[in-house]
Design a protein around this ligand. Structure first.
Ligand SMILES: Cc1cc2nc3c(=O)[nH]c(=O)nc-3n(C[C@H](O)[C@H](O)[C@H](O)COP(=O)(O)O)c2cc1C
Length: 343
């Protein structure tokens, strides 16, 4: 097993452990209450979750956030996730396609995934460190091998700095993002991996043409913790990771700050979202799409995609119920109104 494969396996194993999650109380979502409507004048079954986002007709504003790739275990997890996403009409981000940059044979993983889920809305993924080092043509090839409808670029300074094999040098990152946004055949969404994105970075991203930012903030999976657990016990990484175990801005803070500053881009929210009601709270803050990684990974390590689909159906029902009990029939109406208050 090469270094790459063993790192990816460590990531899956450790991300499933409870200690890799920040305390739910840090999220702050309990400070938001949706305002109950005792007389919604329509049927629960008529609540419509469908949305139009980045040129796609989606059945829900929910998505599976980018996870694993490039190794055998990852392939079966991705297959289950993609088949479930296709069946339920959710958007799904695949994990970093980095391996394909170094090994063109790795494109078969994506072609195979597309064969398994031909109708799924799949977004590609690459970290900023690779985006900086790769010609745009090579990134376009990643889109093509997956037949992706969109592309995530992830920003992960804390993780890269604490990772033994990390590339913690993002010099020229904004210029590289600008080039990709201009040249790629599909829309680009810039995301974090669990530490959030500040208003000033959102604005700089918007200045170079990024139209959508997934804040992926603090509240759930924490990559400082995971890289700390991977490091040797006596290493500096292990000690520093302990100090930085709650580093980041929460998903809620990022969204509220972005709204207050009227940032000129659409905001997506992920990072610590753990059910359809939490997703509804974020949507009520005018977020366009809400995603999660950890809960769906947990379901996807089960042998059948049915576990993932079951979880998706529960989230959909929770989101529908939140809309019904606030008196909104469509996601657009719900997002536009102020359906929430501070507790
Ligand atoms: C096992 C695992 C692998 C991940 N790999 C990637 C990745 O390759 N690219 C990426 O953008 N984010 C990756 N992420 C981060 C997630 O997309 C998400 O931003 C983060 O986990 C926070 O969401 P959560 O709290 O719902 O897990 C990964 C997450 C997990 C759990």
């Amino acid at each position: 097993m090469d270094m790459f494969e063993s790192r990816k396996k460590d990531h899956i194993r450790l991300s499933l452990e409870e200690r890799s999650q920040v305390a739910p109380s840090l999220k702050g979502l309990e400070r938001i209450r949706l305002v109950h409507e005792a007389l919604p004048e329509f049927a629960f079954q008529d609540v419509d979750l469908s949305v139009q986002v980045l040129g796609q007709n989606l059945k829900t504003p929910l998505y599976i956030s980018s996870m694993t790739a490039g190794h055998t275990e990852g392939q079966s997890i991705n297959r289950r996730l993609a088949k479930a996403a296709e069946a339920q009409g959710w958007l799904m981000g695949v994990g970093s396609q980095r391996r394909e940059l170094e090994d063109s044979g790795a494109s078969s993983e994506w072609k195979e995934l597309r064969k398994q889920a031909p109708q799924a809305i799949l977004f590609g993924n690459l970290g900023i460190a690779e985006v900086i080092r790769s010609p745009v043509g090579q990134i376009q090839k990643l889109v093509e091998s997956l037949e992706a409808q969109g592309f995530f670029i992830h920003l992960n300074p804390l993780q890269e700095a604490l990772q033994r094999e990390g590339h913690a040098d993002f010099t020229g990152g904004m210029k590289a993002i600008e080039k990709v946004v201009q040249a790629l055949s599909v829309p680009v969404v810039v995301k974090e991996v669990g530490c959030g994105i500040s208003v000033s970075t959102m604005k700089r991203l918007a200045d170079v043409g990024v139209q959508t930012v997934d804040v992926s903030g603090l509240g759930g999976t924490h990559w400082g913790r995971i890289e700390g657990f991977r490091a040797e016990t006596e290493s500096w990484q292990s000690s520093v990771a302990e100090t930085f175990k709650n580093w980041g801005m929460t998903t809620l803070e990022c969204i509220l700050n972005g709204n207050e500053s009227l940032v000129p881009c659409q905001l997506w929210a992920s990072g610590g979202v753990r059910n359809g009601l939490e997703a509804a709270k974020l949507l009520s803050l005018n977020v366009e799409m809400v995603g999660a990684a950890h809960p769906f990974l947990k379901a996807a390590v089960e042998p059948l995609e049915e576990s993932v689909m079951r979880l998706m159906r529960v989230w959909e029902k929770e989101l529908k119920l939140a809309l019904f009990c606030t008196g909104f029939r469509t996601v657009a109406e719900f997002r536009e109104a102020r359906a929430w208050e501070w507790v």
